[in-house]
Design a protein around this ligand. Sequence first.
Ligand code: PLP
Length: 502
Amino acid sequence: MKYVSTRSKTKPISSAEAILQGLAADGGLFVPEKIPKVTLDEIGALVDKTYEQRAAWLLGKYLTDYTPEELGECTELAYNWFDVPNRVPVMILIQDPDDPVAPVGSMELWHGPTSAFKDIALQMLPRLMSLALKKVGETKTILILVATSGDTGKAALAGFADVPQTKVMVFYPDGGVSKIQRLQMVTQRGDNVNVTAVRGNFDDAQTGVKKIFGDKVINYELDKLGVKLSSANSINWGRLVPQIAYYFSGYVEMIQAKQIKLGDKIHISVPTGNFGNILAAYYALKMGLPVSKLICASNINNVLTEFFVFGTYNRNRDFFRTITPSMDILISSNLERLLYHESGGDCKQVSRYMKDLAERGKYKIEHKLKERLDKIFIAEYITEDETKLFIKRVYDSFKYLMDTHTAVSVAALSKYRGRTNDFTPVLSASTASPYKFTGAVLEALEQSTDGVDDLAQLEQLNTLTGVRIPRNLAELSSAKILHTDVCNPEEMASRVLAFAEG
Ligand SMILES: *Cc1c(COP(=O)(O)O)cnc(C)c1O
């Protein structure tokens, strides 16, 4: 399996090269030359397998320059410390309160070390990168630089900690992240990790990191130290491919729970931001997983809902901060891969759209392409009040506690069912533990959080619902603080050099 760019006819490269390069030289994203097909028999054979084995099987379809042994070891190391034995459980708890018949499986993607779904990819990417370095004969150490507004920083730290030939350095705005988010980062163990607070806001940290990436002098100094900078960006193919696996696993879990039979079609509903998670579901569908529709669930930053309804992507609009911050995005980068595949690999067209987006902030897709997308995608958006209402409604009806992002997915599905009377079984992506967004969840359950700090809110929600607090969050109040560095934005580069040297 080789990889090409979405924007021009480039020389096909191996998956190891695509993972190390991240972005193609022409600014495009790497995509597989052909999407591999699987049979129903192969899917049926996954029933008796562990999550790690299912994931290794899926990775093998795309990462053909990795051996099955390597992939088996990667999935073991990545997932064996998830806090439930089956890693990505599917709860057949939610049934639409208005329709007690049609099953909905809530696929819990958040049992990893940071309690959010990005762990599934960020636990795998560092291991794939480390092996890729060997495969292409790179002897330098890769230094991953991250500026974070909270969640990505911890997921990257947990993923790269103690992975050979890599280092990871995270800058966060001093005073600009929640108490829990800060504690998660500053208690991170590992010999190859650094966490530094920047005096300023998130933009200051991000601008600082971008400057370092573009600074020739610093990169030259780093080169002399045997270090090369890289990022753990969500458009890296190595972050996307581990996500395809859980849709197969989720389907098989629905079979095991006797909600569907092998070959039955399901819909998949996904709370969407950068379009990575739902794109993974699209790849699963194209590979042959029996899926009929993909429900793209958005919050009030509904640029994607508009895109799927009208065929026009327009980022020139107001931006809202919501209770689903991981979906507060106006440019969904991974959409580019969908446009590439559904236009039959028309690089010229994709480039034109992306140029329009960069220059005018919008683009309109051709009628034929729009028709193709209509066959696959349903788009719905959910308001803040609806999100909270659904958390309460599902909790009251089924004692199932959802985080805000998960609630957007379930609410979107309910809207769709109400509109169409289509009661096909659904697999709905649950992307974060309710304890990751405790304040909003408590509010949805009509609890007052006045004067209660982050950590005390964990206890408050636990007392109210009896739902277990994830281990990594429960241990935070007693974990040892290991990182106390603070710097000014103009000192970031020298801190990077010092860390690279050490
Ligand atoms: C990142 C994230 C999303 C959005 O996923 P995309 O792949 O960016 O579409 C949804 N929910 C949570 C909790 C997230 O962290």
